[in-house]
Design a binder for this molecule. Structure first.
Ligand code: SF4
Length: 474
């Protein structure tokens, strides 16, 4: 395989390259552009014109430096052994293959794809988007030899992208719907994926029927098909082994696999918890499930399309920094949208019944699939503006969380804190040698205190303590 006609280098060494806003020539797709997608379709070989690349819309030379444009990437592949189940897995490779190109950065997947072309690459001659299509075709055929023919259509025209975008959204939904009928207890094989280790070396995805991969691209059927055609590839079988904790979704086989694939960094995973031994997150998650300490046990969910901040005052980007990187981050868990409607969704933490806030864009997408008795009790940014409003809304709408001791304690705690502030305003002082602060990474929204005791230069002990409410004075 040769890339001698491409003016920049192409190879796995460029995976992980970052292109910052001031280095980019243009941005394609991403959160500031309305319509964008990437899709792979399997077609009969007779319907594919091998190596054809078509561009519908303006090319890079017609774009303004610093501008943002739509991008649709439709890759059609054919081969005697290909089946529809492989489409999603092939599609996920678009991310990897685009990142092989020096001067191209690709993030996310499906309808959240986000690319940047660097100024340096443009100046070197990467000024024709058809080169991107040509690289994709060569890499698809070289790395996945069961693909015999491939053609690529790229869309950058804001009008002409509408129809293929709508088609892509329907196909994603059909894939998700198929996966919703199957549950973890129905199968005797799970799957793992390490495709994102070039970005997050300790991250490994566990893919089960109830837990579609956090990027949303690979469900259990897709993973099964991928492992079948390439058992030694980045998606592989994981025998679940003994179930150690049914509610938490802890499996011996998952723990062993995660320990091995994360090079010993991660030892235990609770598949159905964002709070204890949570599944790691790379950077590709569709949404974030985040803990809201002011509600005791409540959680919020925000997705990439959310404009502005979530109920905890943080935008998606700030929470994504805490969530991603392949570490376990209790209280911040990268998830797929599909997982939210699984009956196993974070069941160890209380499941959907403790979700007390959702961004409007994610709620609208799954509204019909949410349990009827809870969906209208979960507010969005249109219903509540701050945590005070949220508490009031939950009480007024009789959200199930309001009857929990954790919620009652947390709400009581807020009142008590106000009292404490009054004492402090009157000159009360913290004990000498004790310093309290919010834990970095908990989002700056409180809920924990770090107390450094007898601290001179080195702390003798660090106590991380949940703030419990004190009894109200009569
Ligand atoms: S997010 Fe997970 S499933 Fe998706 S490509 Fe990355 S490692 Fe694979």
């Amino acid at each position: 395989m040769s890339f001698s006609d491409i003016p920049v280098d192409v190879g796995p060494v460029y995976e992980g390259e970052r292109i910052r806003a001031n280095q980019m020539f243009v941005e394609l797709g991403g959160p500031k552009v309305e319509k964008h997608f990437e899709l792979v379709r399997v077609k009969p070989e007779s319907e594919i014109e091998d190596n054809k690349v078509e561009l519908i819309g303006p090319n890079l030379t017609e774009m303004e430096e610093g501008g943002r444009y739509p991008i649709g990437i439709l890759v059609e592949v054919g081969g005697p052994q290909l089946e529809e189940d492989l489409e999603a897995v092939f599609e996920r490779r678009i991310h990897e293959f685009c990142n092989y190109i020096n001067g191209v950065m690709h993030l996310n997947q499906r309808y959240t794809n986000w690319m940047r072309i660097s100024k340096q690459a443009y100046e070197k001659g990467l000024n024709d988007l058809k080169m991107l299509g040509a690289v994709l075709i060569r890499l698809f055929k070289a790395e996945l030899p069961i693909i015999k023919k491939a053609q690529v259509t790229l869309y950058t025209d804001p009008e002409k992208i509408q129809e293929p975008h709508a088609m892509a959204m329907k196909i994603y939904e059909a894939r998700d719907e198929r996966a919703r009928g199957l549950h973890d207890e129905d199968v005797d094989m799970f799957y793992g994926c390490v495709l994102c280790q070039s970005f997050a070396p300790t991250h490994v995805c566990c893919i089960t029927p109830d837990r579609t991969s956090l990027c949303g691209s690979i469900n259990w059927f897709d993973a099964r098909a991928a492992a079948k055609v390439d058992p030694k590839g980045p998606i592989f079988e994981v025998p679940p082994g003994k179930c150690l904790n049914d509610l938490a979704g802890e499996y011996e086989g998952i723990n062993e696999m995660v320990k091995k694939r994360s090079l010993g960094e991660i030892e235990r995973v609770y598949l159905y918890s964002g709070m204890e031994y949570p599944h790691t997150s790379c950077g590709c998650f569709e949404a974030i499930d985040f803990f809201i300490p002011e509600t005791g046990i409540g959680h919020g969910i925000i997705d990439r399309n959310h404009p502005g901040v979530a109920i905890n005052g943080l935008p998606f980007s700030a929470m994504a920094n805490t969530t991603g990187g392949g570490k376990q981050a209790p209280g911040f868990n990268g998830i797929s949208i599909q997982y939210i409607v699984s009956p196993k969704f974070q069941q160890y933490d209380g499941g959907i019944n403790v979700v007390v806030w959702m961004g409007k864009s994610v709620k609208e997408r799954i509204y019909d699939l949410l349990p009827e008795d809870i969906r209208d009790k979960i507010p969005t940014e249109e219903d509540v503006n701050d945590l005070g409003d949220l508490i009031q809304w939950l009480q007024e709408h009789e959200h199930p969380i309001v009857n929990t001791p954790e919620f009652q304690a947390a709400v009581g705690g807020a009142e008590e804190e106000e009292e404490e502030e009054e004492y402090e305003a009157e000159g009360a002082m913290l004990p000498m040698g004790t310093m309290a602060m919010t834990v970095p990474g908990v989002g700056g929204v409180g809920g924990f205190k770090v107390i450094l005791k007898n601290c001179k230069i080195h702390a003798e002990s660090i106590i991380i303590k949940k703030i419990e409410p004190k009894r109200k004075k009569k």
